[in-house]
Design a protein around this ligand. Structure first.
Ligand SMILES: Nc1ncnc2c1ncn2[C@@H]1O[C@H](COP(=O)(O)OP(=O)(O)OP(=O)(O)O)[C@@H](O)[C@H]1O
Ligand SMILES: [Mg+2]
Length: 262
């Protein structure tokens, strides 16, 4: 497998705010850096669901994805959000190709909690399609619409984008995994950035309720990835050239490292 691949997860919260993330991705591609983008877009799914009159239900804070909502998730994430990103990257001079977790059998998912409906956890990753796109010089843009079996029937499954990014980084043996988000990193109770966290630190901060909400799946995914991926980072995607600076001077943000390296 080709080395020096970078996986970047773009948060829905930083998308479309006129930040420089997409321009940075194109510059990295022009530097011949192999980059893979994974995106979410939960906010957009919610807004389309409510426009279509679909009631969202939650179990312990987790959104239940019923059949109707799965259709919205697929249309919005694998369609609108994915294609808009590709268009913007290509407009900025890149050569992006949008795919979903289902394409090329990329990500098979397992239903862990049937009560959540059509939601899966990453099972097996077959990165052949992504590697082929990278080798051909394309910038793959991946939505987390994956596939698997539910009640014995093959179906599309909605998977958390933070987990998808981590598992793709592992499967590609990426050298770096970067989460672009809307905060300067993992923050302590005084809103100060914690620059370096071990697996044990993440467990403690989670237990103490300091890491919560959207930061939970992200730090969990980082802990998993950090076993294999050398640099696992959570940075503020809303600052100017956050991504370029990540490669050039790496100021700010949070690194998640294995306990042995802490
Ligand atoms: N300790 C913490 N430090 C920083 N942010 C935290 C912490 N605990 C919870 N959060 C929340 O996590 C949020 C980031 O996760 P969120 O899921 O909202 O964004 P994202 O994953 O970047 O985007 P999206 O989910 O829309 O794709 C922050 O905006 C903040 O509200
Ligand atoms: Mg999130």
């Amino acid at each position: 497998m080709t080395g020096q691949i970078v996986v970047v997860k773009i948060g829905g919260s930083t998308l479309g705010q006129g930040d420089t993330s997409l321009a940075d991705l194109v510059l990295l591609q022009k530097r011949s850096q192999k980059v893979v983008v994974v995106h979410g877009g939960g906010g957009e799914v919610s807004s389309w669901s409510s426009r279509l009159g679909i009631q969202s239900t939650f179990i312990a804070g987790l959104r239940v994805t019923n059949q109707e909502e799965l259709h919205v998730v697929t249309a919005v994430l694998a369609g609108l959000v994915n294609k808009r990103l590709v268009l913007e990257l290509n407009n900025a001079g890149g050569t992006a190709v949008g795919i979903a977790g289902v394409d090329g059998g990329l990500i098979a998912a397992d239903v862990m909690n049937p009560a959540l409906g059509f939601v899966g956890d990453v099972g097996r990753v077959k990165p052949r399609l992504v590697s082929a796109l990278l080798d051909a010089g394309f910038l793959p843009v991946i939505s987390p619409v994956c596939y698997g079996k539910r009640e014995g029937v093959r179906t599309l499954l909605n998977v958390n984008a933070d987990d998808v990014a981590a598992e793709i980084a592992i499967a590609l043996r990426a050298s770096r995994l970067v989460y672009l988000t809307d905060v300067p990193g993992v923050l302590d109770t005084h809103k100060k950035v914690l620059p370096r966290l071990s697996t044990t630190d993440v467990a403690r901060l989670t237990q103490e309720g300091i890491i919560r909400g959207g930061m939970l799946p992200k730090t969990r995914a980082c802990v998993v990835a950090s076993q294999i991926v050398k640099e696992t980072r959570i940075i503020d995607g809303t600052t100017q050239h956050a991504l370029l600076r990540e490669f050039d001077d790496q100021v700010g943000g949070t690194s998640i490292v294995r306990d042995e390296l802490a």
